[in-house]
Structure formats: C-alpha cells, structure tokens
Design a protein around this ligand. Structure first.
Ligand code: HEM
Length: 224
C-alpha cells in the first residue's frame, strides 16, 4: 500500500495519469449533499468499485452532539442495480465493528446488521438497531437506494476497546461490494458470498451536520 501511494504521489507530481481506478488511493473527506426528498444534509463519499461505477455512501449526523454521548445517524446508500450487496464498516476494518450491509429485495432495499470477528461470514449483530425510513428507499431500473436510521453504528467495542466516532470530524470507513446477490434477499440474516472489492476512506462528518436532525428523522418515519 505504501508503495502504491508513493507511485501515485510521484506520478501526480509529474502530471502522469496512471489510469487507475480512483479507489486505489483512498481519498480523504466527503462532500456535502442536500437530499431534497428527506431534507437531510449528508456527508457523501462515492466509493469506486470499478473503473466506471460508484456506490454512494451518505451519512447525516445531528448537530451539537454533547461530548461523549452516543448519537444516531441516518445512512443512505445508492448503488447501481448490478450491485448484489454493499457493505459499510463503521470502524474501517472488516472485523470488530458494526457492518451495515444492504441489497435490493424486489422493489425495496433491505438493511442487515452484521459483525465479524474475523475474515469470515459476518454474523447478525444486535448492538446496532436500524429503522428504514419511509422515504429514500426504492429500487428502480438503474439503482437501489437505502435510507436508514441507525442507533449503535457510531459507538461500539472495537479491537482495542470502546470506540465512539467523532460527530464533527473524520472517521475511518471501509466498504465492500459484491456482484452476487445474497441467497435469500428477503431475509436480513441471509448468507452471502465474499466481496469482489473493498477499500477505505476517511469520511468527514463535519459536512453532514443537521441542526433539525430529530425532527427530520420523525418527519421521515424514524424515531426520535
Ligand atoms: C461472506 C462474507 C464475507 C467474507 C467471506 C469475507 C472475507 C474476507 C477475507 C477473506 C478478507 C481478506 C482478504 C485479503 O486479505 O485479501 C476480507 C477482507 C475485508 N473485508 Fe470481508 N468478507 C465478508 C464480508 C464483508 C463485509 C460485509 C464487509 C463490510 C464492509 C467486509 C469488509 C472487508 C474489508 C474492509 C476487508 C479488508 C481487510 C480488513 O479491513 O479487515 N467484508 N474479507
């Protein structure tokens, strides 16, 4: 990895394009995205899973979270229909952090809460609770879009003890993608095959602040 970074850094100094997918170098940050449908302002990162396609990961957080207290988020994932499942690792590694996995199930996407202790099929995880909102959940001819509230995604026990994601700063994330669909798409405990691609980035929560988070959650069918 260090070598790849060095090559890309040197190439960028020389103005050479290596023709690599943008996900080879994990970009740091996220851009603000206002979603007119739900009213949330999200921090958005487009995770490239091929030379020409992205999975969009968006996180909305409440503004003014008191120091040290747990907080909910709203997660939105927008994926091309060819994406069989898409996962987000809240602590930036596969093992020992909440994994949110989404996939299309008929006309609606489905969210699955998982946790892995190693590099094997992640088990169902009760430390995070999801509530899919009444808005922002659809499957059409080109994409599936998942929008869910999560309680427990931002505080968890990681490999080195208690972790609480920074509500106003950058947090290390990872994603995983597979082209194959889960074996039982209507079940959130379905098994699924291993990913084809994974990568990391630093997701900047500061651009996804919502002063009216609680009222927006309720307005969109979540719970305060
Ligand atoms: C059937 C399910 C899964 C299997 C069998 C599996 C297996 C593996 C294996 C064997 C590796 C090591 C690959 C290597 O070193 O080249 C790996 C790495 C990884 N996996 Fe999975 N995985 C699964 C699901 C997931 C899910 C749902 C996520 C969610 C984001 C995920 C995220 C990652 C990440 C980020 C890595 C990089 C290494 C790390 O951070 O630990 N995986 N996986």
């Amino acid at each position: 990895m260090r070598c790849a970074f060095g090559i890309v850094w040197a190439a960028s100094l020389l103005g050479i394009s290596l023709g690599r997918p943008s996900d080879v170098v994990a970009r740091d940050s996220a851009l603000a995205y206002y979603d007119p449908e739900t009213g949330f302002t999200f921090s958005e990162f487009k995770a490239a899973y091929s030379l020409s396609a992205n999975i969009v990961y968006r996180v909305a957080v409440p503004s003014n979270v008191p120091s040290g207290t747990p907080y909910d988020i709203v997660l939105q994932i927008v994926a091309p229909t060819q994406v069989g499942w898409a996962g987000l690792a809240w602590g930036g590694t596969m093992p020992k952090n909440p994994l949110t996995v989404g996939w299309a199930n008929g006309q609606k996407p489905l969210v699955s809460s998982r946790y892995a202790t190693g590099h094997t099929m992640p088990a169902a995880y009760t430390g995070a609770t999801y509530r899919q909102l009444t808005t922002g959940n659809r499957v059409n001819g080109t994409h599936w879009q998942l929008t869910t509230q999560c309680t427990g995604c931002t505080s968890f026990t990681g490999a080195n003890g208690a972790v609480r994601l920074n509500p106003t700063g950058s947090n290390r994330f990872a994603f995983a993608y597979a082209a194959s669909k889960p074996s039982s798409p209507s079940s959130n405990t379905s098994s699924f095959g291993m990913h084809d691609v994974f990568n990391y980035w630093s997701h900047d929560f500061s651009v996804g602040q919502n002063p009216d988070f609680a009222s927006l959650v309720v307005k969109n069918g979540g719970t305060a």
